[in-house]
Design a protein around this ligand. Structure first.
Ligand code: NOJ
Length: 805
């Protein structure tokens, strides 16, 4: 069963059945102001930080039918009172004649028809603004006049989002809503917790006179809140109570009489939900957004932003689901993870337990480099500023305060307080940024380390290059009994927390990859000594990984504190881990023969039709010694689930070994767009990667969860564009190294890179997977497969032939 379909021309997904298995969402705005809107127009909106400056109250765990954050009521006069309907389905759950939710680039547009009224509402945040616009058009599609009222409603939260849930004494005594009425009858409702009255206020207003308003949830629902959101008793009265509120649950509701609408007549209402230092300061902008032309222009500007963002890399392959992900939804999701990391979604609730994750965001940055290098650079700088002087990194930080912490390791004082992988990702991210941008000066930029003096000043700063150097230095000296990197609290797999002394093969391989990157950078910069040092360390770790890590048919994943191998055929559970196999290929530590065998073991033991499992077999029972992984039943999340973030690494490894058929098979089987036909079973949005799918040891095999904020977005994008299609940015040009299914006759890519655009046409007349035979740039054959740099802002035509070499 489907709940909707893709409209590639409009770059939308259109939901046509509002009863989706879980709420399907879309992101609007940025972390600076924005959040997500679900397909019933419920919205979670924040300014700069979901934990400390949240605006709307959206409790994701409540049933889908509940009011969440915002809605709109349509009210029709009837002879015996009023008919109250929800054009967005929730909370009155009417049967619609038509329902379409257009999930667009930075907007949600919901079109519905119910009882002769068509509502067409676009919800978005204008670029760079601190307000959410709801541009609502209602049309009488019946053949008789309709007397219509529109009532937009917002429910506020205390900005300290967790306190709203945990402190029912303090929060309600502080929440204030007031009205500021202007001469022409337009109404601004202002809201703030008392302590922020003079510095920061929220407001709801519209472009039409409101005849009455309500700020108190109790009065709006009526009967001491025995009235419900589905049937607010106040909407059965001709007017709302005009109630301000000095305490309690704050809402903002504005009643607009549109008057009788003749058949075919349309009326437009524009609402604004914003935040400002004061209403006086916000007034010019409030007036600006009351003008329909300005709203139209802002919507067009939003489209132009996305045109520009996406245009930098467009593909045409024989696979339609791949095209729609690579051209639209995947880079768009990468922009979302760049903004919200793992902080704010239906699953990562933004109450402050997490923040911007060091390892997560370092990986997210790599997904937007072709599209938004400047935004990537500014996130890189913030990340580097929470790296410690010893080269390791704080696990996560709060984006508003820049306070960082050690993540979940704080809950286990018996274990080390650092993650052995965090700091190494930034090496990959910075090098990827340099290759994309050519911005060598960035390496010399001074960035503080995290440690502070008593006045909060940084104890030390270093160049970006020094930060990278310290990152690998940390791992170089933080090794265990076998000379392999100590696990710390965990490596990439958060849920395997072993006693101090355990060693990680994953971190060893990530360290190897980081050294490869630094070697390449040193070579490019002409620093022979640095290059030699990296090479020596690389060879040393390669030798250790191969000496201690080969289990006979595949590579191990960990050595426990006492040297016991984990991820070995000797183990009853967790015998094989996918990351244990893909990463020795990515690091180049695996010999070609071992690499092939390790990847074949993945195919034989971990692959399923819905993706590759993280490990197998799953642990069956809670074991406090093993910790997090055993809290899940077999087949869920890290315990043998299809943890999608790790799948693209297997794609990359297969491509590195030249197996384009398998690389593409792995890509296609997890492509969310290809799950549309089984959406009832898959349950999550088909237009964004989910973090996990239940594996085949679980009775609900195939069910996805935790959509949107996942490293899958960045890595699936990198795997597809750089390893399958094979366009890899380098210091001195764009390398072309496709590894495609042999069935493809070719493909095309338009790629903006540095100061030019490359229009690349790849042909595969012999139907092979890989092997660049011939490259022609602007009609001239070139040596090798690195496209030269041009500085002319022009389009250059590239013809590539692959075949047996
Ligand atoms: C989700 C976390 O955000 C990510 O950092 C981690 O690598 C994976 N879980 C795997 O445990």
């Amino acid at each position: 069963m489907r709940y909707g379909d893709f409209d590639d021309d409009k770059r939308e997904y259109v939901i046509t059945n509002p009863r989706t298995p879980v709420k399907w969402i879309n992101y609007i705005g940025t972390l600076a102001f924005g959040g997500f809107v679900d397909h019933t127009a419920g919205a979670l909106i924040c300014c700069q930080d979901p934990a400390l400056n949240r605006i709307t109250r959206y409790i994701a765990q409540m049933p889908s039918s509940d009011f969440k954050g915002e809605t709109l009521y349509l009210r029709m006069r009837r002879h015996n009172g009023y008919g109250v309907l929800s054009p967005f389905f929730v909370p009155t759950l009417d049967s619609f004649e038509r329902y379409e939710c257009h999930v667009g680039l930075g907007y949600m547009r919901i079109i519905s028809e119910v009882c002769g009224v068509r509502t067409d509402a676009a919800i978005f945040v204008p670029l760079g603004q601190r307000c959410e616009i709801r541009d609502i058009r209602v049309t009488n599609v019946s053949d008789a006049p309709i007397e219509l009222d529109l009532v937009p409603v917002v429910e506020y939260t205390h900005p300290d989002a967790l306190k709203q849930l945990t402190n029912a004494d303090w929060v309600p005594q502080t929440m204030v809503s007031k009205v500021g009425r202007e001469e022409d009858g337009l109404t601004i409702l202002v809201q703030y917790p008392f302590m922020y009255r003079d510095v920061r206020v929220n407001y709801l207003t519209s472009n039409r006179p409101a005849s009455s308003f309500e700020c108190d949830r109790r009065r709006f629902l009526g009967d001491n809140e025995y009235g419900t959101w589905a049937r607010p008793l106040s909407l059965q009265q001709p007017e709302l109570d005009n109630g301000e509120t000095l305490r309690g649950d704050n809402i903002a509701a504005l009643l607009h009489h549109l008057g009788p609408l003749a058949p075919g007549e349309t009326c437009r209402l524009i609402t604004q939900l914003g935040q400002a230092e004061s209403i006086e300061q916000a007034l010019p902008r409030i007036q600006h957004w009351r003008d329909e032309c300005n709203v139209d222009r802002a919507f067009e500007e939003l489209a132009r932003f996305w045109d520009g963002y996406l245009a930098n890399l467009q593909v045409e392959t024989p696979d339609q689901a791949m095209n729609r992900m690579l051209n639209i939804h995947n880079p768009r999701q990468c922009y979302t993870t760049l903004n919200w990391s793992r902080y704010l979604s239906l699953y990562q609730l933004g109450y402050g337990a997490r923040g911007i994750g060091f390892r997560d965001s370092s990986q997210d940055v790599m997904g937007v480099l072709a599209h938004a290098p400047d935004e990537a650079k500014s996130l890189l700088e913030r990340l580097l500023s929470v790296q410690r002087r010893d080269g390791s990194a704080m696990h996560q930080f709060n984006p508003l305060t820049m306070e960082a912490n050690e993540g979940d390791s704080r809950e286990r004082p018996d274990l080390p307080d650092y993650y052995s992988d965090d700091h190494l990702w930034i090496v990959l991210a910075v090098c990827a940024y340099l290759k994309e941008s050519g911005d060598e000066a960035f390496l010399e930029k001074q960035v503080p380390f995290y440690e502070k003096d008593h006045d909060g000043g940084a104890l030390e700063a270093g160049t970006v290059l020094e930060h990278l150097r310290r990152a690998v230095e940390f791992t170089h000296s933080d090794v265990g009994a076998h000379g392999l990197p100590l696990l710390g609290f965990a490596d990439w797999n958060d849920t395997v927390n072993l006693k101090a002394g355990a060693e990680s093969f994953f971190t060893a391989n990530l360290y190897g990859k980081a050294l490869l990157e630094l070697m390449e950078l040193a070579r490019y910069l002409g620093d022979v000594a640095a290059c030699d040092q990296c090479r020596a360390r690389y060879e040393e770790m390669k030798q250790r990984v191969n000496h201690y890590g080969w289990d006979g048919e595949w590579y191990l994943r960990y050595l426990d504190w006492d040297g016991t191998p984990l991820g070995s055929r000797a183990n009853a559970q967790g015998q094989i881990y996918v990351n244990g196999q893909s990463w020795p290929v990515i690091s180049g530590f695996a010999t070609p023969e071992r690499g092939r065998r390790a990847l074949d073991a993945v195919y034989a033991r971990l692959n399923t039709r819905y993706g590759i499992k993280l490990s197998a077999p799953g642990f069956d029972g809670f074991d406090p010694q093993r910790g997090g992984i055993t809290t899940y039943p077999p087949g869920a999340k890290e315990n043998g689930g299809i943890f999608l973030h790790a799948n693209p690494w297997a794609i990359m490894a297969e491509a590195l070994l030249g197996n384009g058929d398998r690389a593409f098979q792995y890509y296609a089987q997890i492509n969310p767009a290809a799950q549309n036909a089984r959406a009832e079973q898959y349950e999550c949005e088909p237009y964004a990667y989910a973090q996990n799918i239940l594996g085949d040891e679980h009775p609900q095999f195939g069910l996805a969860r935790n959509s949107w904020l996942t490293g899958t977005a960045s890595w699936a994008y990198q795997a597809a564009t750089q390893y399958i299609l094979g366009l890899r940015p380098g210091y001195s040009g764009l390398e072309i190294r496709p590894c495609i299914p042999h069935t493809w006759a070719g493909f095309q890519v338009r790629r903006a890179f540095r100061d030019a655009v490359y229009q690349v046409v790849v042909e595969n007349p012999q139907h092979v997977c890989a092997g660049v035979q011939h490259v022609n740039v602007d009609g001239e054959a070139i040596q090798g497969n690195v496209l030269p740099l041009f500085h002319d802002e022009r389009t250059h035509w590239v013809h590539v032939r692959i075949g047996q070499v």
